[in-house]
Design a protein around this ligand. Structure first.
Ligand code: NAP
Length: 337
């Protein structure tokens, strides 16, 4: 049976806080003149928390920012424009728990001939209990994992992320927003992979951490698959550290009050947490680099299981099998060898 490192959300929150003080080497930092003028950035889940702060920071650094939200939010757009001082921002609808929504989003990008330089896969949920999506998966598995596989594949296959038109000074980048809580999760359990498994509030944080391990394993395999002849796409993973965001909004009342107090007093603001994410997405320091992990500004190893090639290949095959079994419009990842 699959499981993550924590069985208690309060312990998980306090562990995140402790990580802020662990001594580690630091990466170079984002510089004031690290800009993204003339380039396009996609941020999923941009109406709240980290995603909102990322959209503001990217727009203020000159990027054209495509924000996605579950529901079209003109208010979000207005606020991002105001805070960043840029009008080069747009918002599109994307509900990652719905296959139709993902396909409609991709069709829109194709129709508008959009090319994306930096893709930040930020949207995520921490659910207090299992919920079934229209396609029959557990919602946290779908939003935090499978939809990211589908989205990446469609963005790459349709050359919305233009791998073939390799740019001289900037190769496209894909950055997965993960969590260091993935460390020490169990090996991926293929007996239950993609099946709807009921769970309650106690198991929620365990599943959350485990799905982040699954996500990181996919990111690592994607990096191998798209970079067979040198680095064409920088595929990297980051944990933003503890962020005072809306991630606990679905927790039961009492737990939400306890976690809310911890978040408010000791977690970092989304604005601060966004800086290492923006750094990995645009800094020249990251040009030509792939399959790297940062925990905030600290370069780090992910859980060692993630780097096992057999694990990556198996997850890759099983994820595409699963997608084909639930979606008539499923595709295979284009092989560019
Ligand atoms: N907060 C932390 O301490 C922490 C730590 C490590 C990693 N992270 C990661 O950081 C990322 C951002 O989370 P956050 O902390 O900023 O939380 P947040 O404020 O709740 O933001 C999550 C975003 O994901 C969106 N989302 C949820 N379900 C979706 C769906 N079905 N389709 C499309 N979008 C959906 C949310 O939209 P709605 O507003 O419509 O729900 C929201 O925009 C997540 O991947 C999270 O796992 C957070």
């Amino acid at each position: 049976m699959s499981h993550g490192r924590f069985n208690n959300p309060v312990v998980a929150a306090l562990a995140g806080f402790k990580d802020l003080f662990r001594k580690q080497d630091f990466a170079d930092r984002l510089k004031d003149d690290d800009r993204f003028d003339g380039k396009t950035c996609l941020v999923t889940g941009a109406n709240s928390g980290l995603g909102f702060a990322l959209a503001v920071e990217m727009a203020s650094r000159g990027a054209r920012v495509l924000c996605t939200c579950r529901r079209l939010q003109e208010e979000t757009l207005r606020k991002i424009k105001k805070k960043s001082g840029s009008d080069n921002v747009e918002v599109r609808t994307l509900d990652l728990s719905k296959l139709d929504s993902i396909h409609a989003f991709i069709r829109g990008l194709i129709k508008d001939n959009i090319k994306i330089d930096a893709t930040i896969l930020n949207a995520g949920v921490a659910l207090p209990g299992a919920r079934k999506t229209d396609s029959g998966q557990e919602e946290m598995f779908m939003v935090n994992y499978l939809s990211n596989v589908i989205l990446c594949t469609l963005l790459l296959n349709n050359e919305i992320i233009p791998v073939k038109e390799k740019q001289a000074e900037f190769n496209p980048r894909i950055l997965f927003i993960s969590s260091d809580s993935h460390q020490e999760s169990s090996y991926i359990d293929y007996d239950e992979f993609g099946k709807y498994i009921d769970y309650g509030v106690k198991k929620g944080i365990s599943h959350y951490s485990y799905y982040k391990l699954v996500l990181n394993t996919y990111a690592t395999e994607l990096s191998r698959q798209v970079n067979k002849n040198g680095v064409d796409v920088g595929v990297n993973v980051i944990c933003p550290g503890p962020v005072h965001s809306g991630i606990i909004k679905e927790a039961p009342f009492l737990l939400r009050m306890i976690l809310g107090a911890i978040f408010k007093v000791i977690f970092r603001s989304p604005k601060k947490a966004a800086l290492p994410v923006v750094y990995m997405s645009i800094s020249p320091d990251y040009e030509g680099r792939t399959n790297e992990y940062q925990h905030m500004f600290k370069p780090k190893r992910m859980d060692e299981k993630i780097y096992e090639e057999e694990e990556g290949k198996k997850l890759w095959d099983r994820s595409y099998e699963l997608w084909h079994s639930i979606d008539d419009d499923a595709e295979d990842h284009l092989n560019r060898e």
